[in-house]
Design a protein around this ligand. Structure first.
Ligand code: SF4
Ligand code: SF4
Length: 448
């Protein structure tokens, strides 16, 4: 696959304005992009460093699943960043202009903007290239910066704008209104009763609960086994918990293209916790969402009156304290583990899920490469839209081969985006494996 794939960005002007973004006329975009890049270089010192220090050694090239899966030269991490580096050298680089031109400097044009949009939406912001770069260049950070510039030109994908609109209106990315969520919860409580014979609640807006649990909204309707498992675990551990009607979404799409959106989503979460008077915020299975919780909640909206934990840290605490036990025989299949990029390379979650897997499955097989060297699923950075399906299947190819070589029957992938992307990738590349969250496996094996 090497044809140029561009995700549509014909976003309605009103939806852009709701994010305080204003479209720039096509002929003015190159000039405006230079102004925005210049402004950004003043406060993002890491961006300037990444543009300055690349030696073009090529160590990143074969480490990027986007390049490996598409063989498109612009998807090499170094070439992707060179799309910006060449412009940076022309306008902001040191020394005489003939030397800068000799060094690859190029004038910006409308084609540059087009290339930026195309190829910075084929980077999953997975950070794998940074693990191998001797200069520590993190292409994911460049992608985030350039998508922010594109947003300020009015070039936001319809999918991203739609998600933000849903979030603003309903507190979740799927745009599910509160009454529908309550109906869904009632249904899941009935399912729990049928399965266990017990009255296991999924509480909403319980003031003074110990934990505010914030799931991915897809867990309310698509990955319901995961949410029911969480309810069972809290019940068994004897911990009071609640969901919040203000926000039922761990994912935070602001990370992918727009810092004010990132900040606002995070603020909404913190406010929900404060209003309910909880002791802890606990995040559900979502890779990039967890990255925003771990890295930005305190810095953007702190100081916080409570700690912010991931579900796996919370559950591991119960397990180590002997408050919950598991019966491994309930998960007899060969299980392998996919490290979501934002857990392993940006969220300090490598050992905890493995300790929980060791407690709840009988046959665990580690994948190669693994942990912080694991390949991305190909769906990260918010490109999980139908229009990008062909490119996503290509981006997922290296991961499919890793999974195939384990011979596993179950692929544990505890992230909402991975859980949506990987079943299609496995089917497309003919790998016979079922994809499940870690919560699902914990729920199956929990001794009630
Ligand atoms: S590994 Fe780092 S220094 Fe080498 S080409 Fe890639 S980005 Fe540049
Ligand atoms: S962050 Fe991931 S997808 Fe992006 S260039 Fe690096 S390895 Fe490739």
């Amino acid at each position: 696959m090497s044809e140029k794939v561009r995700i549509p960005y014909e976003t309605k002007e009103k939806d852009l304005k709701d994010m305080f973004l204003y479209p720039v006329a096509v002929e003015d975009q190159p000039r405006a992009a230079i102004t925005l890049l210049g402004e950004m270089l003043k406060y993002k010192r890491s961006l300037k460093l990444y543009l300055d220090v690349c030696t073009h050694c090529g160590a990143c090239v074969e480490q990027c699943h986007s390049y490996l899966g598409t063989k498109d030269p612009y998807n090499m991490p170094v070439a992707r960043v060179d799309l910006v580096r060449s412009i940076y050298k022309k306008v902001f680089g040191p020394g005489p202009s003939f030397l800068r031109d000799w060094d690859g400097a190029k004038a910006i044009s409308q084609e540059t903007i087009d290339l930026w949009y195309t190829y910075f939406h084929q980077c999953n912001q997975c950070r794998r290239c940074a693990m191998f770069c001797p200069k520590g260049i993190d292409t994911a950070e460049v992608t985030i910066a350039i998508r922010e510039i594109l947003a300020h030109l009015g070039l936001v994908s319809r999918f991203h704008a739609g998600i933000v609109k849903n979030m603003n209106k309903t507190g979740n990315n799927m745009g599910t209104p509160h009454p529908a969520i309550m109906d869904g919860i009632e249904f899941l409580e009935e399912e729990l009763k049928e399965e266990t014979g017990l009255d296991i609640p999924i509480p909403m807006d319980q003031e003074g609960a110990e934990v505010l649990f914030n799931p991915s909204s897809s867990d309310l309707f698509n990955n319901t086994d995961g949410l029911m498992a969480v309810a069972k675990i809290f019940y068994k551990a004897g911990v009071s918990w609640t969901l919040s009607s203000q926000i039922t979404e761990t994912a935070n799409f602001g990370l992918f293209f727009h810092e004010p959106t990132l900040r606002e989503h995070s603020r909404r979460l913190v406010m929900a916790g404060k209003e309910l008077g909880v002791k802890r915020l606990v995040a559900g299975e979502c890779g990039h969402g967890w990255r925003t919780w771990r890295m930005f909640t305190q810095t953007l909206n702190g100081p916080l009156p409570f700690p912010v934990l991931h579900l796996f840290e919370e559950v591991l605490g119960y397990y180590r304290a002997g408050r919950i036990q598991f019966d491994k025989t309930k998960n007899p299949e060969v299980v392998t583990y996919h490290d979501p990029c934002n857990y392993a390379r940006a969220g300090d979650l490598i050992q905890q899920p493995r300790e929980l897997l060791a407690a709840c499955v009988q046959n665990f097989k580690e994948m190669t490469p693994t942990a912080q060297y694991s390949f991305c699923c190909g769906g990260g950075s918010g490109i999980l839209m139908d229009e990008a399906k062909d490119i996503r299947m290509a981006l997922g190819q290296p991961k499919a081969e890793c999974v195939r070589s384990t011979g596993a029957e179950i692929l544990c992938a505890p992230c909402a985006i991975c859980k949506a992307q990987l079943p299609d990738v496995m089917k497309h590349h003919k790998v016979d494996v079922k994809v499940k969250g870690l919560s699902d496996l914990l729920g199956r094996a929990l001794i009630l």
